[in-house]
Design a protein around this ligand. Structure first.
Ligand SMILES: Nc1ncnc2c1ncn2[C@@H]1O[C@H](COP(=O)(O)OP(=O)(O)OP(=O)(O)O)[C@@H](O)[C@H]1O
Length: 274
């Protein structure tokens, strides 16, 4: 059954103006590599979107472009529901979580999470409540004074997420954040990110290679095709069921994984035929 047929919640009714709209975006690197061509994607406020696709299809490039970390060669990116700052980005900030936690080893957890506020000139004293609140959101309130070397891989990634959240962004971009973690830590962090999404109403765009991860987390999955990168399929996945351990073993989840998996195979085959 297509994912569209198992939609149940009227999520779209809540949404008015999109958060971000990419129209026919292309990105050609100076090396000549065409990373994206004619990529269009509209993201509504409050969505949890996964970008899924084979290696090299332009997922990270698309994410970095949305974050304002790279120019586009052609096309447009608009933020219809936001005021735009001098950098052409929406006010209210964007949080970015990379595949590696990228923590400063010489700084405590508190010091690492403080960094984005420090860069904005906020004093440590004034930032304290915001930092502790971000740490509480990822379950690390009691580890503020610890150093990265004392933390597990999953905990380091939580610090990285807290650092991305400390400025209270309306958009959280995550680039394969859990790919390097063991399966148990990954599942736990999946649940934590889902809880965070529900609690805060933040919009999330999540890059992953994993069909299973995308089908578990997302309200919509964008399957991308390579050479050049663009949208191959747009799969809404809305369910009234709690995404939890029971969901992972449910028939609904199995069907979702199957549909996404077929779509991914289609994207890979389509790229071969181009
Ligand atoms: N800075 C760069 N300069 C030149 N080419 C680049 C650069 N960054 C990425 N590319 C190329 O652009 C294409 C898309 O890369 P990108 O990293 O966005 O893909 P991806 O889908 O995120 O891949 P992966 O899943 O392996 O991380 C690839 O061919 C890559 O080699």
């Amino acid at each position: 059954m297509p994912l569209a047929e198992i939609q149940t919640a009227p999520l779209k009714e809540k949404r008015k103006r999109p958060l971000v709209a990419m129209q026919s975006v292309s990105k050609v690197f100076s090396s000549g590599t065409v990373a994206l061509s004619g990529m269009s994607l509209t993201v509504e406020n409050g969505e949890f979107i996964s970008l899924l696709g084979p290696s090299g299809c332009g997922k990270s490039t698309a994410l970095r472009i949305i974050a304002g970390l790279g120019d586009i060669t052609s096309g447009t990116i608009d933020w219809p529901s936001s005021r735009i700052n001098a950098k052409g980005l929406p006010e209210g900030d964007i949080g970015f979580v990379f595949q590696e936690p990228t923590l400063m080893p010489w700084k405590s957890v508190f010091g690492n999470v403080y960094l984005p506020l420090k860069l904005r000139g906020v004093s440590k004293a004034a930032a304290r409540d915001q930092i502790m609140s971000a740490l509480a959101t990822v379950g690390l309130r009691d580890f503020a004074e610890a150093y990265p070397r004392e933390l597990s891989g999953g905990m380091k990634m939580r610090v990285s997420i807290a650092r991305a959240l400390v400025t209270k962004p309306k958009l959280l971009l995550m680039d394969e954040p859990f790919a390097a973690l063991d399966e148990i830590s990954r599942q736990k962090l999946n649940d934590d990110v889902l809880l965070l999404w529900k609690m805060t109403g933040i919009t999330v765009i999540f890059v992953t290679h994993s069909v299973f991860e995308s089908a578990y987390l997302s309200s919509r999955i964008i399957v991308m095709k390579a050479r050049p990168g663009r949208v191959h399929a747009d799969l809404p996945l809305v369910t009234n069921r709690e995404r939890d351990a029971h969901y992972r073993t449910s028939e609904e989840y199995r069907r979702a994984c199957e549909t996404v998996s077929y779509s991914l195979i289609g994207a890979i085959n389509a790229a071969k035929e181009d």
